[in-house]
Design a protein around this ligand. Structure first.
Ligand code: COA
Ligand code: MG
Length: 296
């Protein structure tokens, strides 16, 4: 539920960096994170202007209020090096790299970052988030996620759907394995994982259904494209009231059993072990519930 590296990442808002109006609005929308986009939402002739506006936004927005990341252009383009160099001084919380197929394809970026970091006053290390949005990327997701530079995977479901040749649907049955494999890769590597976008702004019910499904798969949050999607994502990636109450009951019952020398107990006829108590504790911590135990 909670990404231990960054705190909450329930809503991660894409903001085209060529659009001054949305850049001004974005920090005030209660999103947990912004992705200032230099890639697919920015026309070729506006790339340079977008870099300057992205840097201006990084400098204007306090990192403690909201995570500020920048999506650079793909590493097989002519654009990505200039992107990184133009925005690096804004100390982004992460660089989001699109269309990552393998860890080897990131080496040139890592080398560039190591050089820029060495010359940067104040000891800044730049996190890298990898977008998984191709069949090969999905297949290599674990080797990508476990590299020490990578701290999070972002699902790119529009590109992945196109590569698979399947129509976008609310249910996403055709990419269920890809979604699950990416979540498994991230969890096995101990990094965060964010679900792809829902592009039909006329269908808030479909958006909510996809958030619930993504949360049930284990995603930490959802990438969103419009202000109307921010609050629903924030709500749907937190545990519900019923889940919070259940977690309290599980933790309390297990603790009581433990104090009496037991490792297991029944809650409403369902077996509860230490691992369930631990999960209940995580849920309560994710919503800042006061609990007496701090570790299990
Ligand atoms: N971030 C911040 N503000 C946004 C926004 C975003 N992603 N999308 C829309 N807004 C603002 C608009 O500027 C508008 O502000 P206003 O009320 O002050 O005029 C308000 O929210 C309502 O927007 P609306 O008129 O409904 O939409 P639009 O036609 O301005 O924009 C999109 C629609 C799809 C072009 C826009 O939402 C967008 O660019 N989304 C991100 C797309 C993207 O980055 N894609 C790449 C990754 S998939
Ligand atoms: Mg994409």
């Amino acid at each position: 539920m909670q990404n231990s590296l960054f705190g909450l990442l329930r809503s991660v808002l894409y903001v085209p960096a060529s659009n001054q109006k949305v850049l001004k609005k974005a920090p005030h929308l209660d999103a947990d994170c912004l992705i200032l986009d230099l890639e697919d939402s920015v026309p070729e002739q506006q790339k340079e202007n977008a870099r300057a506006l992205a840097l201006e936004t990084l400098n204007a927005v306090e990192s403690k209020d909201i995570l500020r990341t920048v999506r650079i252009n793909a590493l097989n383009s002519e654009l990505w090096m200039d992107d990184v160099q133009a925005i690096f001084d804004g100390r982004p919380d992460a660089l989001v790299v699109p269309k990552v197929d393998s860890i080897a394809s990131l080496q040139k970026l890592f080398d560039l970052l190591t050089g820029l970091e060495a010359n940067h006053p104040g000891g800044f290390t730049c996190s890298v988030w990898a977008m998984i949005e191709s069949p090969l990327g999905v297949i290599n997701a674990y080797t990508i996620a476990k590299h020490p530079r990578i701290s999070l995977l972002v699902m790119g479901t529009s590109d992945l759907g196109a590569a698979l040749g399947i129509a976008p649907t609310v249910e996403r049955g055709g990419m269920a394995v890809a979604l699950q494999q990416t979540v498994l890769a991230a969890k096995a590597a101990g990094v965060g994982v964010i679900d792809g976008v829902f592009v039909d702004l006329r269908d808030p019910q479909g958006f909510a259904d996809q958030c619930r499904y993504g949360a049930a798969l284990g995603f930490n949050g959802k990438t969103v494209i419009h202000p109307s999607q921010v609050l629903p994502a924030n709500q749907l990636f937190l545990p519900s009231k019923a889940e919070i109450e259940h977690a309290k009951t599980v933790l309390h019952s297990w603790q009581k059993a433990y104090e009496q020398g037991e490792e297991i107990c029944l809650v409403d006829g369902v077996l509860v072990e230490r691992l369930h108590a631990r999960r209940a504790l995580e849920i309560l911590k994710s919503v800042n519930e006061m609990v007496e135990v701090t570790d299990l």
